[in-house]
Write a protein that binds this ligand. Structure first.
Ligand code: 5AD
Ligand code: SF4
Length: 467
């Protein structure tokens, strides 16, 4: 059963706005903030909301953590190395605080949502002033107000995991590209994954709220909207009129120039969604479809609820309907007990599908997940060998895709000047591949036709087509 979302009440949101006003009037409030973000796009977008809330309290953004009065770490806990990196950087700030006693250090996001980690930060990181989890981000004004008026540490983690807060201010990172979260949480419980424990039950926003937000973004000059969710293609309230394909069609009709979305689960990739991708001219021809493994027994133990054959069938259907679709994926190597033969099936899946690109990860045990209790841990040296082998397959696949694109035309949304080459700009084509071509600052934000002329590592080069 899908959990019914609970929308944060107007009274609560008003109370937060009141708290924000009180914070901005306090003589001891921080003048500037700096947010350090780890992890996925959901976190990047949460940071935009945090920045929106902090700006609303009269604070300006400091470009460097050393110059800020408040440093906020928005953390990720998907793998052990994400946690270690964040803890290392948080510890580094202890020194800074010794020189600058007024500095406020905050930690929020997925790491804090794990009770054991929250306890660890509370006990062992005494210099952290403020901590809150993923479910009460909207409470930042009242938490900051308590911190500044009571001058004692504020730790607030709620497990109210069905909440949705609408209408929070957002300070966007990019003028032309914007994120919209359409659903929160995940109910899939893949056996390796911590996400359902820290992001809560799956819950979807109302379609009208999403459409209104998208219309506002289009009016403000946004060209590309990325729809976000842990599992966007299971979006919906359970009613037949609020499904992901219907949402895509409605967004397509309101004049968003480009629509992207992530992440999709292969088991929820319906024919209706494939048809909507084929029919909607503004939906980009790119799909991130994490497969994780090419072996059926490993997929079963991962609780992915599809087989290699079912995945390949979805890919075939997609390519029939949208022949130039670019596919990207995620892989985990060294899941407990993975044999050499099972690993090789993952490598040959890469060769068989021909992905544009893939993120590759070594399995990282996460406390509290089912896989963490499984026997058959694979040694670090062997895991490194496996991931390096897999990366070679992925690189060869990328190279083949890029070669096949030579001479074709792409529409590129120009993001900025190329960092490496003078006189060049770069941006993404509809397939989400970075393309560099001659241009200057006046092109930023434009969508331009480009002919692909050469390829290098992960990018393509092109020549602007004269219109
Ligand atoms: N270990 C390694 N990789 C993981 N992912 C999720 N959980 C783990 C884990 N415990 C990877 C999956 C997922 C991506 C976002 O992170 O590939 O698709
Ligand atoms: Fe994690 Fe699986 Fe949910 Fe993705 S679908 S967030 S891998 S539990």
């Amino acid at each position: 059963m899908r959990a019914a979302p609970v929308f944060v009440s107007q009274e609560e949101l008003k109370a937060q706005q009141d708290a924000a006003r009180q914070v901005s009037a306090l003589p001891n409030r921080p003048g500037s903030y700096h947010i350090v973000t780890y992890g996925c796009q959901m976190n990047a977008h949460d940071s935009e909301k945090l920045a929106g809330l902090l700006s609303g309290m009269g604070m300006t953004e400091a470009p460097d953590r050393r110059e800020a009065d408040l440093v906020l770490f928005n953390t990720c806990c998907i793998r052990d190395n994400a946690e270690r990196r964040a803890l290392g950087n948080i510890t580094w700030l202890k020194e800074l605080k010794a020189q600058k006693p007024g500095l406020i250090i905050g930690v929020c996001g997925c790491m804090v949502q794990q009770p054991a980690m929250a306890q660890k930060i509370l006990r062992q990181y005494r210099f952290v002033d403020l901590a809150f989890g993923t479910h009460n981000l909207h409470c930042l004004p009242s938490l900051l107000l308590s911190l500044l008026t009571q001058r004692s540490r504020v730790f607030s983690v709620t497990d109210d995991e069905t909440l949705i807060a609408e209408g929070l201010p957002v300070k966007r990172l990019n003028a032309y590209h914007a994120y919209i979260t359409i659903m929160y949480g995940c109910d899939n419980y893949c056996s390796y994954c911590i996400v359902p424990y820290v992001r809560g039950r799956e819950r979807s926003r109302r379609m009208d709220d999403i459409l209104r937000e998208a219309e506002g973004l289009v009016k403000s000059g946004v060209k590309e909207i990325m729809l976000l969710g842990q599992n966007v293609n299971s979006y919906g309230s359970g009613s037949a009129t609020e499904t992901f394909p219907i949402l895509l069609r409605k967004l397509d009709a309101i004049g968003v120039e480009r629509i992207r979305f992530m992440t999709s689960h292969p088991k929820d990739l319906s024919d209706e969604l494939i048809q909507a991708m084929a029919d909607c001219p503004h939906v980009c021809h790119h799909l991130h479809l994490p497969v994780q493994s090419g072996d059926n027994e490993i997929l079963r133990q991962m609780n992915r609820r599809y087989t290699r054959e079912a995945y390949l069938d979805r890919v075939r259907r997609l390519r029939q309907a949208v022949p130039d679709i670019g596919l990207t994926t995620d892989f985990i190597v060294s899941f407990p007990g993975e044999t050499q033969a099972q690993f090789e099936r993952t490598c040959d899946l890469v060769d068989e599908v021909g992905f544009d690109a893939a993120f590759t990860f070594i399995y990282s045990p996460r406390e509290g997940t089912r896989a963490a209790a499984l026997p058959g841990r694979i040694e670090a040296a062997e895991s490194t060998r496996r991931i390096e082998t897999l990366i070679r397959h992925v690189e060869a696949s990328t190279e083949r895709v890029h070669q096949s694109l030579l001479g074709t035309e792409e529409l590129v949304l120009v993001e900025g000047l190329s960092k490496r080459d003078e006189g060049m700009v770069s941006g993404k084509g509809r397939r989400n591949i970075t393309i560099t071509f001659p241009g200057d600052a006046r092109d930023i934000g434009a969508i331009l036709p480009v002919t692909i002329t050469s390829c290098a590592a992960n990018t393509l080069r092109g020549q602007r087509k004269e219109r």
